[in-house]
Write a protein that binds this ligand. Structure first.
Ligand SMILES: Nc1nc2c(c(=O)[nH]1)N[C@H]1C(S)=C(S)[C@@H](COP(=O)(O)OP(=O)(O)OC[C@H]3O[C@@H](n4cnc5c(=O)[nH]c(N)nc54)[C@H](O)[C@@H]3O)O[C@H]1N2
Ligand SMILES: Nc1nc2c(c(=O)[nH]1)N[C@H]1C(S)=C(S)[C@@H](COP(=O)(O)OP(=O)(O)OC[C@H]3O[C@@H](n4cnc5c(=O)[nH]c(N)nc54)[C@H](O)[C@@H]3O)O[C@H]1N2
Ligand code: SF4
Ligand SMILES: [Mo]
Length: 710
């Protein structure tokens, strides 16, 4: 099979007149699959998983296997649009690119003349590509001097916590998991959100490993594990500290590893001794002997690996919880085994050159001068009450009206008449409905990109397979054009997509030894070289990328930031224990984890996938259902002081008593009542990293007659 090295030109493949183009899945998923696009007569007929890419192993998930349905969807935006109806109404007229760009440039210029900080980019990971994500967009906004966006909406609690414990997003190679004997799948519904890890965990299972899910919900993954520890949301740190307590008490520690490769054991020991299993049991809603048994098993089994995912850090104490869990492998010396240790993110393994990539130096006065920054997880409040106000918002790679917490406030902000909003999108999303201008963006099949991963260790290339549909343009081209319109003649703003991609990685780094950018374009993917022997345990002999070079149980950097330097249990913002008066009115804890057939709010508009998910569900325990006269398939209203949404009840013990679960972030306009689950989530932040607290949310559930939806 051949790779292509030029845009949209593919080499003929052996069979059936199809050409195959090497591509990468663009989505916010740890698996970053290498794909092949099958093209016939200029049309992408299907996509498949690259069989030669070890972690993809020839398999794509159900959603992306349908990527051509998304690309050729009847709802694709094909022309620039200008709003003619009221904000949110969704009435637009077609305009030319010239008209749209001229008007947008003029409006941004006028606002920038007052204060460029009144302009805010809003973006996340609609595509993870180094070019189409921030490659050109951030260069543009830096040059403009716009407000900086703190991109916290997913993972900063966990990532900052991990960086202050292990030093960076580093850990166990996902491909080593088949050799583990014990795997703790912690806060992760891997079948839905990390399929290729799940396949490796299955291999381990077949070789005799035990799989344990730690999750308040009996997800598809928890259902298929040998054991399921169903703790209350937001209590993971207490569980981890109690496990440490048992490991200490029963002498299951690796003192040699602790002595040589960790910092602050005495402080951590003192903290853990405050959490005997009985205390944690009360906090977590578990039996204490379960905790003792789990700790013993963890302390006695080798190799023992933890797959930690972001599901458990979307609560007030999410950062401390990640720190606590990330301390466990060092305590028992699990890092001595290649198949032991912990994996949350592998992103820190990649030799990224951020400055060369997004060019913060384009900001006049950098690095002394920095514009104000706005936390994207509080966009509702920011739009309503920032000083100076946000006068213009440019949204790309994100659907904030649907995915940001506290929807009623977000909608109020987006509906402001005096706000100038540009949305660069592939589809007419909830957010696009509030735009003054909608600009049509290409999909992954139509543009070039380069991808690193947060789940594996490969760089993957995406070659364009087809010509852009309609008048759609890549994000990079749109921001280049806007820069030119605004008179920015800096060379980095005219760089080609390939130049941006090349600049994003440090090609002289030993992890890319033996590979050039050109090789990579040709081959489609390349594996990082980490350590002399790729099969060895990279941290068996320490070498952590922290300031001390050790696993930091105690973090001086956190202490300087005024944060507890030793991991502890930080209770949820909203729980029966932490807010008893609130819990009187809103007694149920709601979590809203990923749906298997959607990716955040992406794919909700793809008919076949929406037909599989059918409608917003609410999993509720029979005891909680009976107390509210809720039956199977009852239509219910989930509500609190922030707002409410409608769902269909599924009564079963998959949700533990006191916890209700609604999978997936639907589009507001596609659900009865016009509000998805973010109508009830809050804008409060995590203890570390300023992350959102989607799963820290008390609600009440009431029966609602069919058709009576608001
Ligand atoms: N199909 C699909 N795949 C996806 C996504 C998607 O929307 N759909 N989203 C992508 C994105 S953006 C991300 S960030 C990644 C990872 O996204 P994650 O949010 O890590 O997703 P999951 O792996 O589904 O894990 C969430 C699990 O955590 C559980 N959970 C909730 N609260 C707690 C808690 O307090 N403690 C513990 N222990 N568990 C808790 C939930 O019940 C759920 O089973 O997945 C990506 N992959
Ligand atoms: N209640 C609740 N809310 C959540 C979560 C949850 O678990 N529960 N998960 C949170 C998490 S983990 C995350 S990461 C966020 C994700 O939130 P977002 O980053 O907003 O992700 P998506 O909802 O997938 O929206 C991405 C948008 O980018 C567009 N897009 C894709 N590729 C391109 C491109 O090349 N160019 C342009 N211009 N647009 C493109 C897509 O069409 C899509 O509309 O949501 C968060 N919100
Ligand atoms: S969403 Fe994840 S599993 Fe699915 S194709 Fe993309 S990278 Fe692979
Ligand atoms: Mo995410």
């Amino acid at each position: 099979m051949n790779a292509v090295t030029d845009s949209a030109v593919a080499e003929p493949a052996a069979a059936g007149g199809e050409t195959l183009v090497r591509a990468a899945c663009p989505h916010d998923c740890p698996d970053t699959c290498a794909m092949l696009v099958h093209v016939r007569d200029g049309v992408a007929v299907r996509v498949s998983g690259a069989a030669d890419h070890p972690s993809t192993d020839g398999v794509l998930c159900t959603k992306v296997a349908r990527y051509t349905e998304r690309t050729y969807h009847r709802g694709r935006l094909l022309h620039p649009l200008r709003r003619v109806g009221a904000k949110g109404e969704g009435r637009f007229v077609r305009v030319t690119w010239d008209e749209a760009l001229d008007e947008i440039a003029a409006r941004l210029q006028a606002i920038a003349a007052v204060d460029p900080q009144r302009i805010l980019p809003y973006s996340y990971a609609g595509t993870m590509g180094l070019v189409q994500r921030e490659g050109m967009a951030s260069r543009f906004f830096h040059r403009l001097g716009a407000s900086l966006l703190e991109r916290t909406i997913c993972s900063t609690a966990g990532n900052v916590a991990l960086a202050h414990t292990l030093g960076a997003g580093v850990g166990t190679d996902v491909e080593r998991f088949p050799d583990a004997r014990l795997i703790l799948i912690w806060g992760s519904n891997s079948i839905a959100s990390n399929l290729h890890f799940w396949r490796l965990a299955q291999q381990a299972k077949r070789r005799g490993a035990k799989l344990v899910a730690i999750d308040p919900y009996r997800s598809d993954t928890a259902e298929k594990c040998h054991e399921h520890v169903a703790l209350l949301p937001g209590t993971d740190a207490a569980l981890a500290l109690a496990m440490m307590h048992v490991l200490i008490r029963e002498g299951l520690l690796d003192h040699d590893y602790i002595e040589r490769h960790t910092l602050g054991f005495d402080r951590l020991r003192a903290r853990a001794l405050e959490y005997p299993p009985e205390r944690a049991a009360a906090i977590c809603g578990l039996a204490s002997d379960r905790i003792v048994a789990l700790a013993r098993e963890y302390g006695r089994t080798r190799p023992a690996a933890i797959r930690l995912n972001y599901g458990m850090q979307r609560v007030h104490g999410g950062g401390n919880a990640v720190r606590a869990v990330a301390c466990l492998p060092a305590l028992v010396g699990a890092w001595r085994d290649a198949a032991g240790g912990l994996l949350m993110s592998s992103n820190g393994h990649f030799p990224l050159d951020t400055v060369a990539h997004v060019r913060p130096d384009l900001l006049p006065g950098w690095p002394e001068r920095k514009p104000r920054s706005i936390n994207m997880s509080c966009i509702g409040d920011a739009l309503i009450g920032s000083e100076p106000p946000i006068d213009a918002l440019v949204v790309y790679n994100s659907n904030p009206v649907a995915i940001a917490p506290d929807s009623d406030k977000v909608v109020r902000g987006f509906a402001r008449e005096d706000l100038f909003t540009v949305v660069v999108e592939q589809f007419q999303t909830d957010t696009a409905d509030y735009a003054d201008y909608v600009l049509p963006a290409t999909t992954q099949l139509e543009h070039f990109d380069l991808h690193v991963s947060y789940g594996h260790r490969y760089v993957v290339v995406n070659h364009p397979a087809i010509a852009p549909l309609g008048e759609a343009r890549p994000n990079s081209e749109i921001f280049r054009a806007l820069a030119a319109r605004m008179g920015f003649d800096d060379a980095p703003l005219a760089a080609s997509d390939r130049e941006v991609a090349r600049a994003a990685l440090d090609w002289s780094d030993p992890r890319l030894a033996g590979t050039s950018f050109e090789d990579l374009l040709d081959r489609g993917w390349v594996r990082l070289r980490i350590g002399a022997d790729p099969n060895a345990a990279p941290f068996a002999d320490g070498g952590w990328p922290t300031p001390s070079g050790k696993v930091e149980f105690y973090s001086e950097r956190l202490e300087r930031m005024g944060i507890d330097p030793v991991p502890g249990f930080v209770p949820p913002h909203e729980s029966a224990a932490s807010r008893p008066e609130l819990a009187q009115r809103y007694p149920l804890a709601l979590i809203s984890p990923p749906a298997r057939n959607f990716l955040n709010s992406s794919f909700v508009n793809v008919d076949s996938l929406r037909a599989t998910e059918r409608e917003p569900w609410l999993d509720i325990h029979p005891v909680d259902a009976a107390a509210r006269a809720i039956g199977e398939a009852s239509r219910v209203r989930v509500h609190n002081d922030r707002g409410g949404f409608v769902a269909r009840a599924r009564v079963s013990d998959r949700a533990r008593p006191g916890v209700v679960v609604t999978p997936g972030v639907w589009w507001h306009k596609m659900v009865p009542g016009g509000r998805n689950c973010n109508a009830v989530t809050s804008q409060r932040l995590t203890d570390i990293g300023g992350g959102p607290t989607f799963y820290d949310c008390l609600v009440e559930v009431s029966i609602e007659a069919d058709g009576a939806a608001r």
